[in-house]
Design a protein around this ligand. Structure first.
Ligand code: HEM
Length: 155
């Protein structure tokens, strides 16, 4: 029973994480398409609440992943695919935290531009920040697919 419950919650965590990523990508596309700053600021608002779901999903994955390990008597070093998975997971969490900080900074910058209190090089800054955030949206789906493949094939 614990086995199935832990796996059920693990898969729910996975679904939640994927939802936040897909929603993030869709909102980012809309952000880029938006013509004026006011529209951009409005699009960034839901992105903040969606972003808050990803730490919850990550924590759920970690706790239930440990539950899965205990049930199967796995350790950190065996099987090898699990060790690799945990390393990719740690990379994903660290990237997510960095992305979250950068994303919040961009939100604050757009808000200050709308309010007219932005620094003089705001346009340039916004461009750099948006490029950095694009990298996340390319790297993260790849990392999550690797984690998923490791979980399914267990090489
Ligand atoms: C983004 C992060 C993660 C994703 C997408 C993910 C995904 C999955 C999926 C889809 C399965 C089902 C595989 C199957 O039944 O064949 C699974 C199983 C499992 N996961 Fe994760 N997981 C993640 C993080 C973690 C973490 C952090 C741990 C450990 C701390 C972990 C430990 C496990 C274990 C032990 C199993 C059971 C494997 C088996 O049946 O032998 N997972 N995971």
């Amino acid at each position: 029973m614990e086995n199935q419950l832990s796996m059920l919650l693990h898969l729910l965590g996975f679904g939640l994480l994927m939802t936040t990523l897909v929603a993030g990508v869709l909102l980012e596309i809309q952000y880029r398409k938006a013509k004026d700053l006011q529209a951009k600021a409005i699009i960034l608002r839901p992105l903040r609440s969606i972003g808050l779901l990803s730490p919850i999903a990550s924590l759920l994955l970690l706790v239930t992943g440990i539950g899965n390990m205990v049930v199967r008597q796995y350790t950190l070093f065996a099987p090898g695919w699990l060790t690799a998975k945990i390393i990719f997971y740690a990379f994903a969490v660290i990237s997510g935290v960095i992305f979250g900080v950068k994303s919040r900074k961009r939100g604050a910058l757009v808000k200050s531009m709308v309010e007219g209190s932005a620094p003089p090089n705001a346009e340039e800054l916004l461009d750099t920040q948006t490029k950095q955030l694009t990298l996340f949206y390319v790297v993260m789906p790849i990392v999550l697919l690797i984690i998923l493949a490791l979980s399914v094939w267990k090489p």
